[in-house]
Write a protein of this length. Structure first.
Length: 165
């Protein structure tokens, strides 16, 4: 005896369509709307598992019994005149190996990333990245199943936003 299992369609319910991965360059302009950041230049770093945001004056504090972190952002490279003061709940703390090989303990927050016309939640570690060229690194976990990287090109999602080829 053979029993055939069939999935019945429920009237009125639509399946969520799987989106095709977007094409991005090795660097992109991204937004972090929950933090008040309209644009920050991010390096797409598939060698990094986690994403990192360059922050100053990182201070943990308690808010209504939960651990939060306050920090300051200067989203524009080589311009410390633009200052954004931020607060976010702490998701956790993580040991991360920096590009120099040093092990650092960093606060982890969860926030919304805007890349081109798409938005999704990502985890970000907070670190002082003074010596680095980019204020943000976007690691492979944040992009998994959402993006294909063309390492020979830059700012592909920004062009798409502006309807450029």
């Amino acid at each position: 005896m053979t029993i055939k299992a069939t999935k019945k369609k429920t009237p009125g319910l639509k399946r969520k369509k799987k989106r095709e991965p977007m094409l991005v360059g090795w660097r992109e302009w991204v937004g972090l709307p929950d933090l008040g950041v309209q644009m920050v230049k991010a390096k797409i770093d598939t060698g990094a598992r986690s994403s990192a945001l360059h922050a100053w004056h990182i201070r943990p504090f308690d808010k209504e019994g939960e651990k939060w972190v306050a920090f300051v952002l200067h989203p524009m490279q080589r311009d410390n005149h633009v200052v954004i003061e931020c607060e976010a709940p702490v998701l956790g703390e993580r040991h991360v190996r920096s590009s120099s090989g040093a092990l650092q303990q960093r606060y982890v927050i969860k926030t919304i990333l805007e890349l081109g016309v798409r938005r999704w939640p990502i985890e970000l570690t907070l670190t002082a990245r003074d010596q680095m060229g980019f204020r943000m690194l976007l690691g492979r976990t944040a992009l998994r199943r959402r993006a294909i990287i063309d390492p020979s090109r830059s700012f592909l999602s920004t062009r798409r936003l502006n309807n450029e080829p």
